[in-house]
Design a protein around this ligand. Structure first.
Ligand SMILES: Cc1ncc(COP(=O)(O)O)c(C=O)c1O
Length: 358
C-alpha cells in the first residue's frame, strides 16, 4: 500500500509512471537491457534524452531562442555556476532574498568574489511574503529570484518583466506546476526531485543570447556552454533520472499540460488553505496573496500539539508533514504528482484532529 507522501523532496511521483518504469526496468522495450545499463552514446538512449528535451520544449512552449540541458550537482551547484558564467568583471549579481535557498544562492556569488547586491528582501517579516519592488544595482548582470520558496511556502504569482535585464529563476520547487511566460526569463533551472523526477538531475533552460555572454575562462565542467555544445553529453549524464523525467513529462502531457496541472494544483491546495482560512486552531504562516500551491507551512496552537499531529498523521500513513528543521511547525508539500485523494485525506484528518484537540 502506498502512503500519502507530503515530502518536500525527493517527493511523490505518479504511481502510473512508477508502474511504467517497473514494467520496463529489466528489459527496456524489448532491447534486452535496462535504461540503467545503457551506454549514453547508444541510439536508444539518444532517443530517450531527445524525447525528454522535446517534452520540456512542448510543455513550456519554448521557442528556438532557448537551450535545454541536463546537469548534475543539484540546484545548489547552479548557485555558483550562475555568477561564474554570467557575472562579468565590473558587473553586479543581483538577488531577491526570499529565504534559505535564495540566501544560499546569493552567498555563493559573494563566495566566488563577485559584487553582489540584494535588490529586495522579505527578511523584515521572516520571509512570509514576496517583495513587490526590486531596486537593482548599477550594471546588473542579472536578477536572481527563487520562484517558489520550499521552506517558507511563498511563491511568485506572476512572471517578473525586467525588460533587457536578464531574469534568472530557481524554479526547483514549482517547475511545471503552472503555465509560465518563459520569454520573461534568461535562465530557468530546477533540481528534478520535487516536481519532475527523481534526484540526480538538474533541468536548465538558457536563452541563447546568454550563452554568448558566458565567461570563456572557466573550468570545462563549470561552463554552461560545454554542456550546451555537447547536448548534455560532454560527460556521462544522469541517464536514469533523465529517463524518469521524460516519463513524468509524458504524464503531464497526458493530464492535459500545465493549464490542467495548475487547475488540479489549485484544487488540491484549496483543501488545505480553506481549513487554514477558517480555523482558529491551524494558522498559515504566509500572507494569502503569496502563498504557494506547492509547499504549505502551518502552525498549530502549541509545539506539543504539532508533535502529536505529526505522530498521528504518520500512524495513518500521511508522511513527511514536519516543517523544515530551520523553521519548525508543519509543512505539507503538494507537488503535481500528489493525488487529490492525499489532499482530501489530510484535510479530513485535520478537521477531526481540530475537533478532538481544541
Ligand atoms: C528552491 C530550492 N532551490 C534549491 C534547492 C537545492 O537543491 P539541490 O538539493 O538539488 O541542490 C532546493 C532544495 O530543496 C530548493 O527547494
Amino acid at each position: 500500500m502506498r502512503v500519502h507522501n507530503f515530502s518536500a523532496g525527493p517527493a511523490v511521483l505518479p504511481e502510473e509512471v512508477l508502474a511504467e518504469i517497473q514494467r520496463d526496468l529489466v528489459d527496456y522495450k524489448g532491447y534486452g537491457l535496462s535504461v540503467m545499463e545503457m551506454s549514453h552514446r547508444s541510439a536508444v538512449y539518444q532517443g530517450i534524452i531527445d524525447d525528454t528535451i522535446a517534452s520540456v520544449k512542448e510543455i513550456l512552449n519554448l521557442s528556438d531562442d532557448y537551450e535545454v540541458i541536463f546537469l548534475q550537482g543539484g540546484a545548489s551547484s547552479q548557485f555558483y555556476m550562475i555568477p561564474l558564467n554570467f557575472c562579468a568583471d565590473g558587473q553586479v549579481a543581483n538577488y531577491v532574498n526570499t529565504g534559505t535557498w535564495a540566501a544560499k544562492a546569493l552567498k555563493e556569488a559573494k563566495n566566488i568574489g563577485k559584487k553582489m547586491h540584494i535588490a529586495a528582501s522579505s527578511e523584515d517579516k521572516d520571509f512570509t511574503y514576496i517583495p513587490k519592488e526590486n531596486i537593482l544595482s548599477e550594471n546588473p548582470a542579472y536578477l536572481h529570484i527563487t520562484t517558489n520558496n520550499t521552506i517558507r511556502g511563498t511563491e511568485y504569482k506572476t512572471d517578473l518583466d525586467l525588460g533587457e535585464i536578464p531574469l534568472i529563476a530557481d524554479m526547483s520547487s514549482n517547475i511545471m506546476s503552472k503555465p509560465i511566460d518563459v520569454k520573461k526569463y534568461a535562465m530557468i533551472y530546477a533540481g528534478a526531485q520535487k516536481n519532475i523526477g527523481p534526484a540526480g538531475a538538474v533541468l536548465a533552460i538558457i536563452r541563447k543570447d546568454m550563452v554568448a555572454k558566458i565567461n570563456p575562462n572557466l573550468p570545462t565542467m563549470m561552463n554552461y556552454k560545454t554542456h550546451i555544445d555537447k547536448d548534455s553529453m560532454f560527460n556521462t549524464p544522469p541517464t536514469f533520472s533523465i529517463y524518469v523525467i521524460g516519463r513524468v513529462l509524458n504524464w503531464i502531457k497526458q493530464k492535459g499540460g500545465l493549464e490542467a496541472i495548475e487547475k488540479m494544483n489549485i484544487e488540491k491546495a484549496n483543501y488545505l488553505y480553506n481549513i487554514l482560512d477558517s480555523s482558529n486552531f491551524y494558522r498559515g504562516t504566509v500572507v494569502p496573496e503569496d502563498r504557494s500551491l506547492m509547499n504549505i507551512p502551518f502552525r498549530l496552537p502549541t509545539e506539543d500539539l504539532e508533535k502529536k499531529f505529526i505522530a498521528e498523521t504518520a500512524r495513518k500513513g500521511m508522511l513527511n508533514l514536519k516543517g523544515h528543521r530551520s523553521v519548525g511547525g508543519c509543512r505539507a508539500s503538494f507537488y503535481n504528482s500528489l493525488p487529490m485523494e492525499s489532499a482530501q485525506t489530510l484535510a479530513e484528518f485535520m478537521l477531526e484532529f481540530e475537533k478532538k484537540n481544541s
